[in-house]
Design a protein around this ligand. Structure first.
Ligand code: F6P
Length: 491
């Protein structure tokens, strides 16, 4: 954190993302604030706290406007302000076309191989272009004549780097793509593939979670654009702009913000079990996701059901708690998915509830980070079964929460996290039998084995924390800038 602070001293730092880190909402006449369920926010917020600057995001709360000044800015975090949040307002039509339409019905299924067909509407594309331009204008305004360091986040803003580059040729633009990048064939069905790639190549640095996603991106560019790819296969030169493509596995804050201030795990577990009306020796599993079809929640429930079939003695002795934050529910695909999740949970509870202990507790509502952390600490097993996921920070949060070095992690091989957390119980979530066995293995794992695995994973998350993620990108950006200067000097 301190290093990052030093590295950025005197620089104007701007972060751009669609999702804002704090949402203000009015309820019962009072304005409240909450943190959204977003891996992006989990990762970027501690970085912003360390380096100040301004975060530009889409204002989405019904009381957001009541908290801003005349520049549409508010100081956050609300209880201990450290940086500016500048909100951009969208009309319902703009949000529908840019966010729900092009970003979440088009790019989201395009980049995630979860077998949901992407939808591309020309009208959504026009909104996407327009809103990218609006955010670019906000960046230029915030830059106020300087050459800022701009951290562009995610697939909502593929065009933004090119637009900023046009207005601020000397800006350092670091773009991070938080979701997977598919192979060229899959990406190639997008009618605006060239425009999107061109836009992204306005970046100084372009980051993905894994080398596999970088490779896919380089192959996609090679297939569809006239560019020069460097011998090191990590730099792309396009229309005089050099972009470095590199993997930066995202992570979480370390030490965790609550370190040292929490009651012991057994106490938390006792409280959670009592709240759920379960006996003191009950076993618990936990899943924490947005209610999203990429997260493999149905496959996870199927594995819980299969585990009960294989080990019926655990019915009434084990329950699985699924926290599923409502997400993108304006979209039909998401509403249908939510119905299927509820129906499957009900069906499994019908089969395996014993002595008043349900097999599954489905908590389909928003939970604040502290609350989620208590569930992590209470759970014997955490299940992350995404069908495809950029990184998945739930896996890392669970590990961070277990300062008692106990608990087991079942982890999908299709997450970025599986490339780093080798001591997890790695599964193919489409393989119900295998996932069920892994869940059972986690529940019956000897304490010393839990400790060994957890210790090793905790070491990794501690060493490769989110400050390192941001620090590496900034260092690489400084190197590219130097290289560009040198190239310009020697012609
Ligand atoms: O990391 C992927 C991502 O889409 C982020 O961009 C986003 O903040 C998060 O998941 C949650 O999604 P949304 O912002 O659409 O609620």
């Amino acid at each position: 954190r301190t290093l990052l602070h030093k590295q950025l001293a005197g620089e104007r730092i701007l972060v751009v993302s669609n999702r804002e880190p704090y949402i203000h909402s009015r309820k019962d006449g009072e304005i409240g604030v909450h943190r959204p369920a977003s891996g992006l926010v989990t990762a970027v917020e501690p970085v912003m706290r360390a380096c100040s600057g301004t975060w530009i995001a889409h204002g989405s709360g019904n009381a957001d406007r009541e908290t801003v000044d005349r520049h549409d800015r508010v100081r956050v975090p609300p209880d201990h302000p450290e940086y500016n949040l500048r909100r951009i307002w969208l009309t319902p039509e703009e949000e529908e076309g840019y966010y729900y339409g092009f970003a979440n019905e088009g790019l989201w299924p395009l980049c995630h191989i979860a077998h949901v067909r992407p939808v591309f509407r020309t009208s959504d594309w026009h909104e996407y272009v327009k809103i990218n331009q609006r955010f670019a204008d906000a960046v230029v305004k915030e830059a106020d004549g300087d050459d800022p360091v701009v951290l562009v986040q995610d697939y909502h803003f593929a065009l933004l780097p090119g637009m900023i580059r046009k207005a601020l040729p000397k800006a350092t633009i670091i773009t991070f793509w938080h979701i997977p990048w598919p192979n060229p064939e899959s990406f190639g069905i997008c009618p605006w593939r060239e425009e999107l790639l061109q836009g992204m190549l306005g970046s100084t640095i372009l980051g993905f979670h894994t080398t596999f996603h970088c490779k896919n991106f380089l192959e996609t560019v090679d297939r569809y654009l006239e560019t020069r790819i460097g011998h090191d296969a990590s730099t792309i030169s396009c229309r005089g702009q050099l972009t470095m493509v590199e993997s930066y596995p995202i992570s979480i804050q370390w030490p965790p913000p609550w370190q040292g201030s929490l009651p012991p795990v057994h106490q938390t577990k006792g409280e959670i079990l009592a709240t759920l009306g379960l006996p003191a020796d009950h076993l618990l599993g936990i899943g924490v996701d947005r209610m999203d079809y990429t997260k493999g929640i149905l496959e996870r429930f199927a594995a819980v059901e299969r585990m009960f079939e294989l080990h019926p003695e655990l019915a009434g002795r084990f329950s699985f708690v699924q926290i599923a934050a409502p997400s993108r529910s304006a979209l039909e695909e998401y509403r249908r998915f939510q119905e299927r999740v509820h129906a499957l949970a009900e069906q499994i509870n019908g089969r395996f509830t014993r002595n008043g202990c349900p097999a599954i507790f489905l908590k389909a509502e928003h939970h604040e980070p502290d609350d989620i952390n208590r569930y992590y600490r209470a759970a014997d097993v955490c299940m992350v079964t995404s069908l495809h996921d950029g990184m998945n920070l739930v896996a890392k949060e669970y590990i961070a929460a277990r300062d008692d070095e106990q608990g087991a992690l079942v982890l999908s091989q299709f997450t970025g996290a599986a490339h780093e957390l080798h001591e997890a119980l790695i599964v193919n979530p489409y393989h119900v039998e295998q996932t069920a066995e892994a869940l059972y293995q986690g529940l019956t794992m000897p304490e010393h084995e839990q400790r060994e695995r957890m210790r090793s994973m905790r070491d990794l998350v501690r060493d490769f924390n989110v400050y390192r993620w941001a620090g590496r990108m900034l260092l690489d950006a400084a190197r590219v800038r130097q290289r560009e200067k040198l190239a310009a000097r020697i012609g």
